[in-house]
Design a protein around this ligand. Structure first.
Ligand code: NAP
Length: 345
């Protein structure tokens, strides 16, 4: 197939692009920097890649008339996964511009190219404050935990509305972590942002000779972190290229997510930082030192206080149809993913 892809220079996109090429597909990729494409992909891989230099925030993503004319009727699938993955309220305008306007431009380009299919990579957290997530469209008129989730929920709606003009599929991964077999990851966000903050905090504590001090992290010990390894998310998308049903939503989530205290145990061991506990204590009861760490990770707190149940029958059926294995993320894989982050940098 000839696939136009956004986000190929990202954590998930890099992985998926390599696997698509290995399966014989040809890619046209939107990239802000051709140098990044050259650095990320081998010379052999680059023979299957054409680069459209552009930006999500540009009209038609920066595609000019000659690009549209020369590709019209030839693109089998637009796979849109580029996004700004940051949670800060101060970035609200930028998040909407990149994630919502960018999705509208990706759809406009798909239509100009007369492309019959559009895949949109969203997030499991478009469910807002709900505790149960199904594979249907969520209400955008509800409270969201941050502007990233809100921008992605609005983008889903725009994609869904386009289903009368082309076949659309929406994929909603939960928190993407490293490869389940090697632990390898190229991400700074979500769990990796948290692990990095923990590492910086440990260094700070070492400098002040305070590694024996007990530190409380605010969150629910029995709450769960809905983690999915990057190889699983890539498998779902690969399966979908051949077997997705039109106008369907796929939750790419974990039925048996690890509890926060288990994940913190792995991090403490990998980092040799033993006196950390996770607790629901009110922030006002924390010491100054504890407050300084909790401030560093406050954007992640909503993900540590919840225990969401996601349903994913569409994804399970898709994997079965395509002959791929269901999610396998046991304790050994989780430990490997945490260890790989702290020990291979
Ligand atoms: N990571 C997670 O835990 C997670 C969880 C659920 C859903 N998702 C979704 O999965 C997708 C991929 O996430 P990821 O973790 O792979 O993110 P990532 O590593 O940050 O990659 C983001 C990609 O989007 C591109 N991009 C960002 N802004 C752009 C712009 N203005 N114009 C053109 N390209 C732009 C980046 O290009 P540059 O290389 O130029 O920066 C990069 O290729 C996103 O849609 C995200 O919402 C991620």
């Amino acid at each position: 197939m000839y696939i136009f892809m956004t986000g190929a220079t990202g954590f998930l996109g890099g992985r998926l692009a390599r696997e698509l090429i290995a399966k014989g597909h040809t890619l046209s990729v939107l990239a802000r920097s051709t140098e990044k494409v050259n650095a990320m992909f081998t010379e052999t891989e680059r023979r299957s890649i054409r680069v459209l230099q552009g930006d999500l925030t540009a009209p038609m993503l920066g595609a000019d008339e000659s690009f549209i004319e020369s590709n019209k009727g030839k693109v089998d699938l637009v796979l849109h996964m580029a996004a700004l993955v940051k949670f800060d309220e101060s970035l609200r305008d930028e998040l909407f511009e990149t994630n919502l306007t960018g999705t509208k431009e990706a759809l406009a380009l798909a239509k100009s190219l007369a492309c019959p299919r559009f895949f949109h990579v969203s997030t499991a957290y478009t469910l807002g404050a709900n505790e149960v997530g199904g594979e249907s469209l969520y209400d955008v008129n509800q409270p969201f935990l941050n502007p990233y989730e809100e921008s992605k929920a609005h983008a889903e709606r725009v994609v869904w509305e386009a289903r009368h003009e082309l076949d659309v599929s929406i994929f909603r991964p939960a928190i993407i972590v490293g490869d389940s077999k090697t632990g390898e990851a190229d991400s700074k966000f979500t769990m990796y942002g948290y692990m990095r903050a923990l590492e910086l905090f440990k260094r700070k504590m070492e400098r002040r000779g305070g590694l024996d001090e007990s530190i409380r992290l605010i969150g629910s010990a029995t709450g769960t972190s809905n983690l999915v390894p990057v190889d699983y998310v890539a498998d779902v998308l690969l399966a979908a290229v051949e077997h997705a049903k039109p106008n369907t939503i796929y939750n790419v989530t974990n039925d048996t997510p690890p509890t926060n205290d288990v994940m913190l145990d792995y991090m403490k061991e990998a980092l040799s930082f033993p006196h950390l506990t996770i607790t629901e204590t009110p922030a006002s009861s924390l010491s100054k030192v504890e407050q300084s760490f909790n401030d560093m990770v406050k954007v992640f707190n909503p993900y540590l206080n919840r225990d969401i149940t996601f349903h994913d029958p569409n994804t399970k059926q898709l994997l079965a149809d395509a002959g791929y294995r269901p999610l396998q993320l046991d304790r050994h894989s989780l430990r490997r993913i945490v260890d790989a982050y702290y020990h291979t940098k």
